[in-house]
Each structure stands twice: as C-alpha cells, then as structure tokens.
Design a protein around this ligand. Structure first.
Ligand SMILES: *Cc1c(COP(=O)(O)O)cnc(C)c1O
Length: 382
C-alpha cells in the first residue's frame, strides 16, 4: 500500500505525529476540503498513518473508504450512534462483546433508542424481533466465550428483506475467517486492537460501510466526537498487519491441536472449539467460515473457583489477562472478567461456570502450549 501523500521514500512506513498540516494557499486548502486534492489539515480529521491503516484493512475486507478509529468501541459507536436517531430501534446479538452489550442496555435507551437482544444463531428469532422502527442489527460472527456461530447468511436475508442495516463485528473471525460484506453485511467493524494489530500494544478500531454515503456520515460523526485514531497506534498496527495472515494461520492450527489435546484430560468437563465435531455449530463453521475455526478455545474444569485458581497459578507462562489476539497466548476467566456482571444463574444459562476458561492461542510452539495446559489442568485437580 502506497504512502498516501507520495512523499515516503523509506522502505519502512514513516510515522507522522503532526497534528496540523500547512497548506500552500487558500486555493490549495479549498481543494483539500473539497476532495479535489488529497492532503491533510488537522490530525483529528485525518492523518497519513490512519489513512494507510484503513486502506490496509479495506484491502483485507475487500472494502473501500474505511475509517480508522481510536478503539474498537469507537468503531461500534460510529456504526450505531452515528447512524441512529431517537425513536429508532436496534437489534443486537444476545452475547455481544461486553461493552457493545452495555451500549445496547444503557447508552442507547438513554438517548431514546430502544434495543432488543436476540440469539444470532437463529435468523427466525431475529426476524421476529424486527419492528417498523428497527434501523439496524449488530451481530458478531462468533460469540465470546461460548464460540457460537451466528447465522450471518440467514440474518442478512432477513435484514435485506426488511430494509435494515446489518452491522457485523468481525473481530474474532477476521477477514481470514469471513468477509462479512460478501455475505450481505452493510457495515463491517473491527477491534484492530486484537488479531489485526496482534501485539497488544495499540488500541484501535476500524469501521466501513459498503455505501459511501454511510461512510461519510460515520466519518463526520467520528471527527465531531473525536473518535479518531492516534498516529503511533496506527503505525504499530500497520506494521502488525504485515504478519497478520501468518499469525492467524499459526494460531488457528495450534488452537485445533490444543482443543483436541485437553479434551481427553481428566477433570476437563467441556471443550468448545468450532473445529470439533461436538461443537454445537460445527456444521455452520465448516460452511460459513470454510473451516477457518479460529484461535479461540473455551474449556471447563471440574472443581469450581478453587480449581480455577490452581490452574492459573500452575500456568506461569500463560498471561492471565482478559484480552485476545496477541502473539502470546492469553487465558481469561469469564466469571471474574467479561461475564462478572451476570448472576451465577445467568452464566449457567450460557453454559459457563467458575471452572470455565477461554484461551486465545498465540504463536508459541504448539507442543509447549499443550504441555503447559496439561500441567495446569492436572494441577487444577489438586
Ligand atoms: C475488544 C472487542 C471490542 C472493543 O474493542 P476495543 O479496541 O477494546 O475498544 C469490540 N468487539 C469485540 C468482539 C471485541 O473483542
């Protein structure tokens, strides 16, 4: 991808932290504002590192005109708050990322936007939730941490028939797993923080609509609310994307090995991985995701919180941290992090207990990873 203003001669991408850009003349400034010339004026509006990052994610998604935002949640905000009005209704998946769920339950109602949560594995349930004032549907392809796979094709058909925007958060699945726009999504979102940037050192998002007018609306919203991205973070993420596909493939292959390895260990009561035949959405993962089953594995050990504490203490080389998509494997415990807001009964309804863990598999040699988890799982059983 070429450096946007054509001045870059270095092989490495230049980092441009400047907040302001001088113009040659009022005529030249006019030309930039009217889009007749490419150029930059003020970093909150646009800057080269953000433009380059957005173009790279565009290329991965097969889209154009995407916007780099200061976080994944800034991208969600652009797509939802940037496009709805008081009186509208929004449908969201019932297992969305925690903060997206908070937007549905707290922020949107506060602004006069009604919301409904539905199970996105069931397109008929989505259809039944549609009202005359429904404006958009937000779903993630794979739910966290239960790894259920949404019926994207079914929901896209329902949304199209009703003239409703379909917004797909593709953070977990990435363009390696699915390009949602090819399945009828109107808007695609990423937390670039996760697999795309890949090193847990940049907080960023990306949002892009297939309709240029919607992109323009979201861009104005992002600039007005100050949701735009930092040059340094964009620079880091753009560098990370050079290895994204290799990282994804490696992590996915290791995740498949790890899931099978731990499934047979004593004390393991459940393993969820879309590549396994016992996963409830195994068939859909093979058709919709073409067998790109991802780098996330969820499992449960017997023995509740005590066993969970022992497991984490016995895995000193695995970061116990509620994130995903890093080059290093990370382990999260939904009951004390992403799902701590639910009651034990609410978690049980999702099939989660104090013994449930989610692994985001990284780049370590898979045999070391399997050995580390095996030792920790054995230690958990006391
Ligand atoms: C992390 C995440 C987000 C939010 O991204 P941030 O960069 O942390 O703001 C949104 N959706 C999903 C699926 C995520 O995993």
């Amino acid at each position: 991808m070429a450096w946007p203003d054509g001045t870059g001669r270095a092989v490495g991408t230049p980092l441009q932290p400047s907040v302001v850009y001088g113009a040659e003349s009022p005529d030249a400034l006019d030309a930039i504002y009217e889009g007749r010339e490419t150029g930059f004026t003020y970093a909150r509006e646009a800057h080269p590192n953000a433009a380059l990052l957005a173009a790279k994610v565009d290329a991965l998604e097969g889209l154009s005109g995407g916007i780099a935002t200061g976080s994944g949640m800034a991208a969600v905000s652009c797509a939802i708050m940037g496009l709805v009005e008081a009186g509208d209704h929004v449908i969201g998946g019932d297992q969305l990322y925690g903060r997206s769920l908070r937007m549905m339950t707290d922020e949107l109602p506060r602004m006069g936007v009604a919301t409904t949560r539905v199970d996105p594995t069931n397109a008929a349930a989505v259809k039944a939730a549609i009202r005359p004032e429904t404006k958009l549907i937000l779903v993630e392809v794979v739910s966290n941490p239960t790894l259920r796979i949404a019926d994207i094709d079914g929901i896209a058909a329902v949304a199209k028939e009703a003239g409703i925007l379909l917004v797909v958060d593709n953070t977990f699945t990435t363009p390696r797993g699915i390009r949602p726009a090819r399945h009828g999504a109107d808007i695609v979102i990423h937390s670039v923080t996760k697999l795309l940037a890949g090193h847990s050192d940049a907080t960023l998002g990306y949002v892009c609509a297939t309709d240029p007018a919607l992109n323009e609306r979201m861009r104005v919203f992002a600039v007005t609310l100050g949701l735009t991205a930092s040059p340094f973070d964009c620079w880091l993420a753009e560098r990370g994307i050079f290895t994204f596909e290799m990282r994804y493939d490696r992590a996915e292959a290791s995740a498949a090995l790890l899931a099978d390895h731990i499934a047979d260990l004593p004390g393991v009561t459940k393993v969820l991985y879309p590549g396994r035949a016992d996963h409830p959405d195994h068939a859909r993962a093979q058709t919709l995701l073409k067998g790109r089953n991802g780098n996330m594995v969820t499992f449960e050990v017997a023995g509740g919180r005590e066993a969970a504490n022992r497991l984490v203490r016995a895995a000193p080389n695995i970061a116990f941290a509620p994130t995903l998509g890093d080059v290093a494997t990370t382990l999260s415990h939904p009951a004390t992090s992403s799902h701590r807001g639910l009651t034990p009964e609410g978690r049980a309804e999702l099939g989660l207990s104090e013994g449930s863990f989610r692994v985001s598999v990284g780049m370590e040699p898979p045999e070391l990873l399997c050995a580390e988890f095996e030792a920790a799982i054995r230690a958990a059983q006391g």
